[in-house]
Design a binder for this molecule. Structure first.
Ligand SMILES: O=C(O)CCC(=O)C(=O)O
Length: 253
């Protein structure tokens, strides 16, 4: 597979705000990433984020509640093991991001930069949101790259996207206090009806814009789901001083 988007894929990203690249990862590399992720999950290797700390619908009440130590994210992937960083900064990702963001691309260590897991018994629901909502950059032009380490479907909590929302403007009233799309409003319901939930096979990768609304359900299967996720921006789109986005140095690709 060549390390470039085809014209069709570029057009899809521009119009929909996300695009899936099938089978982008060498199976041996994917297996190795998954193996390390499983060990870190079993050992709760720090830093991790627990479902209970997110307080999303379906999450355990507290760290002491049943399922309280269910890990949601293995944080700081770039510092965890070289296998994560090598994928996130490697040629297949970098070359495609240059097509979208320009020659000088940076990996933002302050955002995503993690293995997302969804465990069978205690996983929670993530409402409709734009990732940019809590991020601070000069321009809202960042792209996340989501590598499916196993199969991802609606049943195990795979991502859904609302196409074209990355180019739309939303009044503040359409969002709740935590900046999730309010599902009680008819205009939002009409928007959500356009959702797409691509089934991802192991090794598939989704590139999505930080303004594209997306959501995911709980894992209703009996197997854990693992995904490796990084976020990128152009070098001239710097984090705003004093924001969380500015707390860790970016990595040049
Ligand atoms: O896996 C999920 O539940 C959604 C994750 C997500 O959208 C996020 O962390 O921004």
């Amino acid at each position: 597979m060549q390390d470039r988007f085809r014209e069709q894929e570029l057009a899809r990203f521009e119009s929909d705000g996300f695009v899936v690249v099938r089978g982008m990862v060498d199976p041996a590399v994917r297996e190795r990433i998954l193996e390390v992720a499983r060990v870190h999950l079993a050992q709760e290797t720090a830093p991790v984020e627990y479902e209970a700390q997110l307080h999303y619908p379906g999450a355990p009440e507290s760290l002491d509640a049943p399922g309280g130590h269910t890990v949601r994210r293995l944080l700081q992937a770039c510092m965890r093991d070289p296998v994560f960083r090598e994928w996130g900064t490697g040629a297949p990702v970098a070359a495609r991001l240059r097509q979208l963001l320009g020659e000088h691309v940076r990996l933002a260590q302050a955002h995503h930069n993690c293995v997302m897991t969804k465990q069978p018994r205690y996983s929670s629901v993530t409402g409709w949101h734009q990732d940019i909502r809590y991020w601070g950059y000069q321009r809202p032009e960042l792209i996340s790259v989501w590598l499916a380490l196993g199969r991802e479907t609606h049943e195990n909590g795979g991502l859904s996207f609302i196409p074209r929302t990355h180019r739309m403007q939303f009044d503040r009233e359409r969002l709740d206090d935590a900046l999730f799309l309010r599902e009680d409003l008819p205009e939002n319901q009409a928007l959500i009806a356009r959702r797409q939930t691509p089934t991802l096979e192991p090794g598939d990768v989704v590139f999505f814009h930080c303004r594209t609304f997306h959501a995911a359900g709980a894992n209703r299967t009996d197997a854990a789901k693992f995904s490796l996720v990084f976020t990128y921006h152009a070098a001239d789109n710097a984090p705003l001083p004093g924001t969380r986005s500015d707390t860790l140095p970016a990595i040049a690709l």
